[in-house]
Ligand binder design. Structure first.
Ligand SMILES: [Zn+2]
Length: 156
């Protein structure tokens, strides 16, 4: 780190501590050239993900928007906010783990559907009906049928 006073690029760290927000580190340094002290802040850089939509439109990855969409799909289903948070966190971990800065929206949609399918089948179909572009009603029914076959109507 170059000294702000004498421009010497040689210092020692006297003290390091976490910043108030917990996402930064504050370091107290002493310049070995002029012995003056200065403070630096290190901040964790969160790589921003860009979602590439059909037609090439690019949008920043928006986890809140995603959560709202999932909450809608899970409306009146036995799915808690924690479940939804876990799905989003799991998806995020995968996306960031891919190490790509741009992710096609299709990849996100498909992965989300897999995660939802494991969580709640009705929520999955609702979500799929919105996010996957069904070519026609037939596709939607194809998706729905095996699920309906598995869950008989509750007795009245
Ligand atoms: Zn200096």
């Amino acid at each position: 780190m170059r000294c702000p006073f004498c421009r010497t690029d040689n210092d020692r760290v006297i003290d390091s501590r976490a910043g108030d927000d917990g996402a930064s580190i504050r370091r107290r340094r002493e310049c070995l050239g002029c012995r003056r002290r200065f403070t630096t802040y290190e901040r964790i850089e969160r790589q921003l993900l860009t979602v590439v939509k059909k037609g090439g439109v690019r949008d920043p990855f928006d986890r809140d928007k995603l959560k709202r969409g999932l909450a809608k799909a899970c409306w009146k289903r036995p799915v808690t906010d924690d479940d939804i948070e876990a799905v989003v966190a799991s998806l995020e971990a995968e996306l960031y783990g891919m190490g790509e800065s741009e992710v096609p929206s299709r990849v996100i949609g498909e992965r989300l559907m897999e995660l939802l399918k494991a969580l709640d089948q009705v929520a999955y179909v609702r979500f799929a009906s919105v996010y996957r572009e069904f070519k026609d009603v037939r596709d939607f029914v194809d998706e729905l049928e095996p699920i309906l076959a598995q869950s008989p109507r509750p007795a009245r």
